[in-house]
Design a protein around this ligand. Structure first.
Ligand code: SF4
Length: 392
């Protein structure tokens, strides 16, 4: 079952920490964007999915375009909620139709990311009618000073108003994004932000620690000493606090950064973490067919020019080696609460036995599963596991 990702690159300004591929625009070229994405899908489908090309190791299949009924559609960005609601509805409808999701549209998980300031009752009801049934809101914090520092364009009050508007339109599957581990100078009260987020009753939360990316305002502020770099101790403290607080409210982390109530996992992101194929459309979008990964040019203008001229916007591609695939399998498995199947011979062998002692991992039903403390050191666990050759 295909999973489709759509990158909507537009933002009204750049947030202080963000290095995503975006196009800052006052006027959103919505019509041009919708046409370009639908044209790109035509180009993908026109390319022969079964063709073979001669590679250095013999014949290789070309990139396989996904076929069959769509399982998930995810509109991320950038800011999908900057598209006029009718334009987004046109796009979602056309994509659902293109993948044959005509009868039971709600069988498809259709997620759109939104910034709280864009979500009005009108937008919510147009989105719902078009088939959007899950919204991921970029809340980030409930502290207005922090939101200003982040260059966000909403204030805290808009978050609750957006949740209300979505529920009023029948969109109950709501996720909130929050950022933690902010510099101490901001005096952000993380526990208060968690309480306020939980008081809105979202059924999903995504929690990301602040990271410093090159060429962002945040990196510049840190390099000139205007603000301290994020602190590892604060990161660990706030991450573990979130686990405790969310567990007390009936949420479970099913992935290192994502928690939900009941079975409200993101089906789309879970497909990524299970190594399943997906197709990405739009500038900077990545695709994976189970064997090869490829990605589009990042700049909106270059993408639009290529597609308008009938050329593929793919910038580059790589076929994963078996070692890369193995590393990815280990890393993705340990990100989730399903964990990694272990070869029987590995269990008593260090480093796994030592990690169990430390409380970083647990062994459940022959699978190695990270605890919250283990997720804090995920990269080093994966490195040690693969170097020690102790995975199945
Ligand atoms: S709204 Fe999102 S994508 Fe746009 S600049 Fe801010 S963090 Fe980046």
């Amino acid at each position: 079952m295909p999973h489709l990702y759509l990158h909507v690159p537009f933002c009204v300004r750049r947030c202080s920490y963000c290095d995503f591929s975006i196009a800052v625009r006052k006027r959103i070229p919505a019509g041009e964007y919708v046409d370009a994405v639908l044209k790109e899908l035509e180009l993908v489908r026109a390319a022969d999915p079964g063709a073979t090309t001669e590679g250095p190791e013999g014949p290789k299949k070309s990139f396989r375009a996904p076929r069959g009924a769509l399982e998930t559609l995810y509109l991320g960005g950038g800011t999908p909620s900057l598209l006029p609601p009718d334009a987004l509805a046109t796009l979602v409808t056309a994509l659902l139709d293109a993948f044959g999701a005509t009868s039971s549209r709600d069988a498809v998980e259709v997620t759109a990311e939104a910034n709280p300031e864009d979500v009005t009752p009108e937008l919510a009801s147009v989105w719902r009618r078009a088939g959007v049934n899950r919204v991921s809101l970029g809340a980030q914090s409930f502290d207005d000073n922090v939101l200003k520092w982040m260059h966000r364009s909403h204030d805290a009050a808009r978050i609750g108003a957006a949740v209300q508007a979505l529920r009023g339109a029948g969109i109950d599957n709501i996720s909130l994004d929050l950022i933690f581990a902010l510099p101490a100078e901001l005096q952000r009260d993380w526990e208060r932000d968690l309480e306020l987020a939980l008081s809105l009753g979202p059924n999903h939360l995504s929690l990301y620690g602040l990271t410093v990316e090159e060429r962002t305002p945040l990196a510049r502020w840190i390099s000139r000493g205007a603000i301290a770099a994020p602190d590892d101790d604060r990161y660990a403290e706030e991450y573990l606090l979130a686990h405790l607080r969310l567990a007390a409210s009936g949420y479970h982390f099913y992935e290192v950064s994502n928690a939900c109530r009941g079975d409200a996992e993101s089906r789309h992101n879970s497909a990524y973490w299970s190594g399943r194929p997906y197709l990405g459309l739009g500038p900077a979008a990545h695709s994976y067919d189970g064997r090869a990964r490829r990605w589009n040019v990042a700049a909106w203008s270059a993408y639009a020019r290529a597609v308008a001229a009938g050329r593929s916007p793919v910038e580059s591609a790589e076929v994963l080696t078996s070692a890369q695939r193995e590393l990815e399998r280990v890393y993705l498995a340990l990100r989730t609460d399903r964990g990694l199947p272990l070869a029987a011979r590995c269990r008593p062998v260090p480093p796994v036995a030592a990690w169990v002692e430390e409380g970083w991992v647990e062994i459940r039903a022959e699978r190695l599963v990270c605890t919250p403390s283990g997720w804090l050191r995920l990269d080093s666990l994966v490195r040690d596991l693969t170097e020690a050759g102790v995975v199945a």
